[in-house]
Structure formats: structure tokens, C-alpha cells
Design a protein around this ligand. Structure first.
Ligand SMILES: Cc1cc2nc3c(=O)[nH]c(=O)nc-3n(C[C@H](O)[C@H](O)[C@H](O)COP(=O)(O)OP(=O)(O)OC[C@H]3O[C@@H](n4cnc5c(N)ncnc54)[C@H](O)[C@@H]3O)c2cc1C
Length: 371
């Protein structure tokens, strides 16, 4: 499969318009079955090329072609002791264009950054074959409607992303994952974690028959990292110990303690639900009631929970029951990541935006079931 420049992607989209075939922006193809878009076997695959366009370590900014893999990006930045703060990521083969398109967030990312916080600018080819360049290469660059963030998480429905400029961070001297068990009473520890939260990324993993485990990423110089570790213990994490470096280089990917948190079997039902952090304990209760067999990963700062279960029978009915039980009692949103029909989300505004960028309906379409 040929890897295309921005002009090549524009030609491919024009070709798709003239032949009325769906044009699908694709990276390494590791997650074509997930998210809200249809995995249309008849779609024409449009794969943007990889490679660095410009890297200025002094500015902590890199511009790359969208097909650059996270492994390549990490290697280039590591040479200047810098990193992409969304690591540790799902797969070293993931391309940066796809990470932006899917707004994939890493578990325990550095200082809790998401890709939405880090993309400074991008180039995309719309469904009319036009090339749009939005944002720039500096942190304060948004004037008017923010088309960078509109394309981030749009799953390629508004444009095929071909180039991305990203803000980088210096690698901290110490970078460790600390873990410990929590008493199994969410209403107590959720409030404690929210009230005392230090500037450190944390996740709580709950699975039937296993102790509830807190993971925290402690970074900085030696003094800061050890102070943060002390804070983790003060949260009530019994027998907190350092699991190991949250090393994000590809060589140590599978050995990283975070690999435990991000493994997602292809056949699993995966949901991400979110509420206000202060309603976290109620969200956990609702998730446990609806999916007693599932592994739950709770993010106290975001008030979000990822539910992963291999029990996929009657998935749509179970998701609907979960929504019906949780939604009336708290501010609540939910995304089906895989394994069930997407929930209706599109509204009149979404529809008009899609019409504006893709009037022929030639780019990624939402799966049946979504409005
Ligand atoms: C349930 C599940 C949850 C996941 N969650 C995370 C997570 O939280 N954190 C994480 O790091 N990884 C996550 N991933 C893994 C996955 O590695 C990322 O989504 C990654 O971005 C995929 O990279 P890829 O290059 O293989 O994308 P692909 O599989 O090629 O594409 C993924 C999607 O993005 C679209 N797309 C790809 N490239 C472009 C482009 N240039 N322009 C427009 N659209 C494009 C595709 O059409 C497709 O819909 C998850 C995977 C699964 C199965």
C-alpha cells in the first residue's frame, strides 16, 4: 500500500468522490474495528506517509507526517531527552495521525495530558479534497473556531489528517509507577483521592476477586518523585511499592507496568463512561451493578471509568440498562469503544459540521445504530 503525501491524499479523495467510494484515512490499521465509525470493507484505504517534517528541540515542538509511528516519534525525541507526553501508548505501531483522529488517551500519561492538549496544528484533506492547514507550531495559536480540536477525536469523519505539529516535554529524571492496594470502599477512597489529589496521574483498577489497586505515576527530580510516592501512601494505599519505571521506549513496552492497564482484547466489550469526579463513587457502583464480571479502570481526576468485559452476549441491552440506571442520578456521558452498537450522539450541529467538511459523505461514516 502506497504511503501518500498531502497532495497524494487530496488526489485519492478526489478519485473517491468521482467513483463514489468511501475514503478511509488509515495508519497502521491496529484499531479499524473500534470506535464509532463503520469498518467498511469496500472503503478505499488512504494512508498518509510518515517522517519528520521539522523538529526544533529548543522549542519543544515537532512537526511530522501523520503516518509516523509513535515508536519512530519517541526515538527521534529521545535523542534530545524529550518525549510525547501521551506515552505510554497503546501500541508502538500506532500512527500519530490515528492517535489524533481517535483522541486516544494513554493510561497514566505524563501529568495527565491527552493528545487534545498537545496538538498545536494539523493539515487535513476534507471530503471535498481541499487541503486545510489549521493551528500552528506555537502553544497560543487559536483564533476563532478551533479546527484543530474539532478534528481531534473526529475519527476521520471530517478529514484525512496528513501532518501534525505537537508540543513535546522534557523527559523527567525520575519516572516511576507506584502501586498499592486500597480498601474496597469506593465512597471513601474516591473522595480522598479527589480531595487530596497531588499533581500526579492516578488510576484505580478493580476486578472481581482481586484487590483494588491504585497506580500512580511519580515523576520529577528525586525529591519530587519520592514526595509524590509518600502522597500515594497517605491516600491509604497499603503497602505501596514502586512497580518499576514507566519506561515508554519500545524496547521495554511489554515489560512496562502500564502494559497491565492498557491490554484490550479485540473481542471484548469496552465502554468509557464519565461523570463529575465528585460522582465517581456512584459511577463505580453503577458500573459494578451493570457489569459485575468486568474489569474497571477508574481515573479519579477525570471522573471517567473504562469498563472491559469478555461477556459480550446481549451487549446492546446491557449497555442500554447501564445508561438507564446511571444517567438519571448524575451528569453522565458514555462512549462505546468496541463490542456494541454506538450510542446515538450526533445532533443538528454535528450534522451541519459533517455536511460542511464532507458534503458528499465520502469520508469515514458512523456505524449503523448511530444517528
Ligand atoms: C478498545 C480500544 C481502546 C483503545 N484505547 C486506547 C487508548 O486509550 N490509548 C491508546 O494509546 N491507544 C488506544 N487504543 C489503541 C490504538 O492503538 C489507537 O487508537 C491508535 O491510534 C491506533 O493507531 P493505528 O495507526 O493503528 O490506527 P488505525 O487502526 O489505522 O486507525 C484507527 C482509526 O483512526 C482513523 N484514522 C487513522 N489514521 C487517520 C488519519 N490520518 N486521518 C483520519 N483518520 C485516521 C481510522 O479510519 C480508524 O477509524 C485502543 C484500542 C482499542 C481496541
Amino acid at each position: 500500500m502506497m504511503e501518500l503525501s498531502t497532495a497524494g491524499v487530496a488526489s485519492a479523495v478526489h478519485e473517491a468522490i468521482s467513483t463514489n467510494v468511501v475514503a478511509r484515512g488509515v495508519g497502521s490499521g491496529t484499531w479499524l474495528f473500534g470506535g464509532p465509525v463503520a469498518n467498511d470493507a469496500a472503503a478505499a484505504v488512504v494512508r498518509p506517509r510518515g517522517g519528520v517534517i521539522e523538529y526544533t528541540p529548543g522549542d519543544l515542538v515537532i512537526s511530522v507526517h501523520a503516518g509516523t509511528t509513535l515508536e519512530e516519534l519517541s526515538a527521534v525525541c529521545a535523542a534530545s531527552d524529550q518525549m510525547l507526553a501521551i506515552a505510554p501508548y497503546g501500541s508502538p505501531r500506532s500512527t500519530i495521525g490515528a492517535v489524533v483522529a481517535t483522541a486516544s488517551a494513554a493510561p497514566l500519561s505524563y501529568e495527565d495530558f491527552t493528545i487534545r492538549d498537545l496538538v498545536l496544528g494539523l493539515t487535513a484533506v476534507t471530503g471535498t479534497g481541499d487541503i486545510v492547514r489549521v493551528g500552528g507550531k506555537v502553544v497560543k495559536n487559536v483564533a476563532g473556531f478551533d479546527l484543530v480540536r474539532l478534528n481531534t477525536g473526529a475519527f476521520g469523519t471530517l478529514g484525512v489528517i496528513t501532518e501534525v505539529s505537537i508540543r513535546l516535554h522534557a523527559k523527567p529524571i525520575m519516572d516511576h509507577v507506584v502501586t498499592g492496594t486500597l480498601d474496597d470502599a469506593p465512597n471513601a477512597w474516591v473522595l480522598r483521592l479527589i480531595a487530596n489529589r497531588a499533581p500526579l496521574p492516578m488510576l484505580v483498577r478493580m476486578a472481581p476477586g482481586e484487590p483494588t489497586q491504585l497506580f500512580a505515576r511519580c515523576t520529577g527530580n528525586e525529591a519530587r518523585a519520592s514526595a509524590l510516592r509518600g502522597i500515594v501512601q497517605s491516600y491509604g494505599a497499603r503497602s505501596a511499592f514502586t512497580l518499576g519505571p514507566s519506561d515508554t521506549s519500545s524496547a521495554s513496552e511489554s515489560a512496562s507496568p502500564v502494559s497491565l492497564l492498557r491490554h484490550v482484547p479485540e473481542q471484548a466489550l469496552v465502554l468509557r463512561a464519565r461523570t463529575k469526579p465528585s460522582h465517581g463513587a456512584s459511577l463505580i457502583d453503577a458500573a459494578r451493578f451493570a457489569f459485575p464480571e468486568a474489569a474497571l479502570l477508574f481515573h479519579p481526576a477525570r471522573g471517567s471509568i473504562r469498563i472491559t468485559t469478555l461477556a459480550t452476549e446481549n451487549a446492546d441491552t446491557r449497555v442500554a440498562a447501564f445508561v438507564a440506571s446511571a444517567a438519571p442520578s448524575m451528569p453522565f456521558s458514555i462512549v462505546v469503544e468496541q463490542g456494541a452498537s454506538p450510542l446515538p450522539q450526533a445532533n443538528a450541529l454535528d450534522f451541519s459540521v459533517k455536511q460542511a467538511f464532507d458534503p458528499h459523505g465520502i469520508l469515514n461514516r458512523r456505524r449503523p445504530g448511530a444517528v
